[in-house]
Ligand binder design. Structure first.
Ligand code: MIG
Length: 820
């Protein structure tokens, strides 16, 4: 009775500002068996430490906990963590060497403290549930929800959360996780394509992460509907979250990507400029466009084939009227240094008219009478079904369409192997579109038309609601694994639109159908930053925007961001005005060319950034807060970013501006173009259309390659090292080199070398890996020295006002350059 009163009182307390009326909290503690706690109402809580910094907390509402396998998790073989458990009348404490998880018994609240007893995270209320499936908290469209609330810090900031068309800091925002096709989205459209239910909290220079691993539709509320709480609500399944301790944001991202996996290196040419259009066809148009890029001296590595290369949108076929000789096309493009990427949609044309035929190269045969992909999928029961046991037929590009049940291992293998239809004709990469999965039957992408479908899901036959958000993840897994099976020594290159946590293990991404607008351009910057913090490093957007009419100025400003972004692809919708770099005249084209050429010069630096992301999880495109988390000027910085640790870009994201307010965090910064040391942290600088403000960090060594128009050109050209000393006259940088194509880098075939500058001496580590024969040009900025020796021998020195330069032939041994 007393307990009931207490609960009633708790529910009535008016200070709970979050809208949770009608939700019933779990009733307090009843019993414990090791780390499994059972409540009076049957709810259960399980606390496990994966590492001393990462407890996993699972909670069920008014029922027993079930095993909860996840597609997102990459690592399960953690070494055991030593844990001590203690209990008294008011609480249970489960502690590792670094963290304490305290389960307060009544009311039942979870608190996480560091080893010194500082609270890092604490529930604001017990777990809440909606027993009648009627309450609509946070969101009027929500169904049943289980809700976790945490206390919101007065100065707490929130980052990551994947792909959201939103500012950098998520504080006061509200977000849904439900993969959705949202053409022409702009800032505020939510949800869009991807669901990454992971966020980073930062307060008082202390960061932690929370990854809520549940693929049902979920809701994040960072103090939007109430002043003092953050809320997480999910419409099905159990609560299953990982607390990931910092103390730095970098630590959190490193640990999150240890848990969910890191990127792989794509072929290096994927870092090149990519040309795309919905759609370049027929084949001669593809070649004409490629030739125009080349005759205009515009760097380019990829020609993309959008949906019109197929026979009436049948995936894994070629329309031979438009592309009579796909092999010939890819060969001719390869001779120009270019690679082909084909789009692949998840929808398979529903074509139940004829029995299958066993054919060689069916992708090149007429499929109008009998479509091999539909036939094979049907025979093997690979397609998603509705409750009535029949194939779910929706409408997408092919008309009536069925989707593959990618939760089935055999279906994934089959799908992966189907990519032979491209690889056998010279295709270099696969672009997975429409994998939310988009469905034209629906207005507003509610999932309504697919609601009664179910998936095999490891034999459990679970509903669309559980599987929608992992559909793209599994499609990309199938694609990635298929490409590896088909070409075991080549690096897969996969691009996706939709995703769930863990996608970085299988695919790169782009941000879908952004509007061609200044607003969409501006929001792309915090989008890239937060995608990086969410584990995705190979990211980018359609340069210039996909829908709506652009102009030369906007396109130029877009390139002044994307020239630093790993995925750099100009793409445009079919019925929109053309937007290749030359379309608005030679003035704009000239500036775009300059920045594309600079991108190609920076490839050694960008590539080292991919290696860093692969090995540590640290993304290449970074918000300033990632490197300067004790600097409050960075917390809501939406219009600047870092490319790697050492380049700071302050793009212009509004029209008609010739100046930009720039913020440089502490330390030395150099104007990238002139090498001039900057003296002010806050300044307004000239930023005419010809120039995007760009700075190099004092303390860095930045490698630059030659100017060139394809990634693989000029392998023996000189490498330039730019040495930018910090206030202590020190600097360091990393070189990462490998063959750029094969999987041999996974077997030690690479050179990763430190370059360090201290006491006027630059040391370049030696390598056992065979480097190309080449010269090194080393530039020392901000130095008063006049002469130099290389490996003990005096060398000629070139003087300029802002730097001095020495040149020498690079060998496999270490090199030492001394300034005298
Ligand atoms: O319903 O394949 O986001 O990049 O050009 C549109 C045609 C389907 C959406 C993609 C876009 C692509 C387009 N696709």
């Amino acid at each position: 009775m007393l307990k009931k009163l207490l609960l009633a009182a708790l529910l009535a307390v008016p200070t709970y500002a979050i809208e949770v009326e009608g939700l019933i909290p779990i009733a307090g503690y009843q019993s414990r068996q090791d780390n499994l706690i059972t409540c009076q109402d049957g709810s259960q809580i399980k606390v496990e430490f994966l590492t001393p910094d990462m407890p996993r907390i699972q909670m069920s509402y008014k029922k027993r906990l079930e095993p909860n396998p996840s597609w997102a998790i990459a690592k399960t073989d953690w070494a055991p963590t030593a844990v001590t458990t203690s209990e008294d009348t008011s609480k249970i404490q489960i502690a590792s060497a670094n963290l304490k998880v305290i389960v307060h018994k009544n009311p039942l609240l979870i608190e996480i403290q560091d080893k010194n007893g500082r609270t890092l995270s604490k529930d604001a209320r017990p777990l809440l549930g909606d027993p009648n499936h009627t309450q609509k908290v946070f969101d009027p469209s929500a169904g049943f929800m289980t809700v976790v609330t945490k206390e919101l810090g007065l100065d707490e900031h929130f980052y990551a959360l994947g792909e959201k068309a939103h500012k950098l800091d998520r504080r006061r925002g509200h977000f849904r996780m439900f993969n959705s096709d949202t053409p022409k989205y702009s800032e505020g459209t939510d949800p869009i394509y991807q669901s990454i239910p992971f966020y980073i909290s930062l307060e008082d220079n202390r960061a932690h992460g929370l990854f809520y691993d549940n693929s049902y539709r979920s809701h994040f509320d960072f103090g939007n509907s109430g002043q003092e709480y953050t809320g997480y609500g999910v419409e099905g399944g159990q609560i299953d979250y990982y607390f990931i301790d910092g103390p730095t944001i970098k630590d959190v991202v490193r640990k999150y990507t240890e848990l969910t996996g890191r990127i792989y290196l794509p072929p290096k040419w994927a870092l090149g400029h990519q040309a795309s259009r919905w759609s370049y066809y027929p084949d001669r148009m593809v070649e004409k466009i490629a030739d125009t890029y080349q005759s205009h001296d515009l760097p380019l590595d990829v020609m993309t084939l959008d949906i019109d290369y197929m026979q009436k949108y049948r995936v894994f076929t070629w329309d031979l009227k438009r592309f009579a000789d796909p092999d010939g096309l890819s060969k001719r493009l390869k001779a120009k240094g270019l690679h082909v990427v084909n789009i692949v949609d998840p929808g398979v044309k529903y074509q139940p008219n004829q029995p299958s035929k066993d054919e060689e190269q069916p992708e090149l045969k007429d499929q109008s009478k009998s479509y091999y992909v539909y036939n094979q999928g049907t025979q093997n029961d690979y397609f998603v079904k509705r409750k009535d046991g029949k194939q779910m037929v929706t409408t997408v590009w092919p008309g009536e369409t069925v989707f593959v049940d990618f939760t089935k291992e055999a279906a994934r293998k089959w799908w992966g192997d189907l990519h032979r239809a491209y690889l056998d004709h010279g295709t270099g990469g696969i672009w997975n579109d429409m994998n939310e999965p988009a469905d034209f039957t629906e207005k507003g992408d509610t999932g309504a038309n697919q609601r009664d479908s179910y998936f095999d899901d490891l034999g459990r036959n679970t509903p669309h609601a559980k599987n929608r958000n992992v559909f793209a993840l599994l499609m990309c897994k199938a694609t990635y694994e298929g490409l590896l099976r088909l070409r075991p020594n080549d690096r897969p290159y996969v691009i996706t639109r939709a995703a769930y946590a863990g996608i970085q293990r299988y695919s790169t991404m782009w941000t879908g159908d952004a509007a061609s607008s200044w607003e969409a351009l501006a929001v792309s910057v915090p989008m890239f930053c937060n995608l990086g913090l969410s584990g995705e490093t190979f990211i980018g957007s359609d340069v210039g925007g996909f829908m709506g009419r652009g102009d030369g100025e906007m396109l130029t400003r877009a390139y002044q961001i994307s020239f630093l972004v790993p995925f750099c692809r100009n793409h445009k919708a079919q019925d929109e005005y053309d937007q290749e770099p030359w379309r608005f005249g030679s003035y704009y084209e000239g500036i775009i060319r300059k920045y594309l050429k600079l991108r190609y010069r920076l490839l050694p630096y960008i590539y080292a950034g991919l290696d860093e992301a692969r090995t540590t999880g640290t993304p290449f495109i970074r918000p300033l807060v990632l490197e300067y988390q004790d600097d409050s000027n960075t917390y809501a910085m939406d219009d600047q970013f870092l490319a790697g640790r050492d380049l700071l870009c302050s793009p212009v994201v509004k029209p008609n501006l010739e100046k930009k307010r720039v913020y440089l965090p502490r330390g030395n910064w150099y104007d990238f173009y002139t090498g001039q040391l900057q003296s002010k942290q806050h300044q307004t600088v000239d930023a005419p259309l010809e120039t995007v403000p760009l700075y190099a960090r004092g303390g860095s060594v930045i490698p630059l390659g030659p100017e060139k128009n394809t990634v693989d050109a000029l392998p023996n050209a000189p490498l330039e090292l730019r040495v930018y000393p910090n206030a202590a006259q020190k600097a360091e940088g990393t070189l990462y080199e490998d063959d750029g194509k094969t999987q041999q880098y996974l077997h030690g075939q690479f050179a990763r070398r430190k370059v360090t500058f201290a006491s006027r001496t630059l040391t370049i580590e030696k390598t056992g890996y065979a480097l190309p024969e080449r010269n090194l040009n080393v530039r020392f900025y901000n130095t008063k020295n006049q002469s130099a020796t290389v490996d003990g021998k005096a060398v000629p020195v070139k003087w300029t006002p802002n730097y001095i330069e020495v040149q020498f032939r690079e060998g496999p041994q270490a090199h030492v350059v001394k300034l005298l």
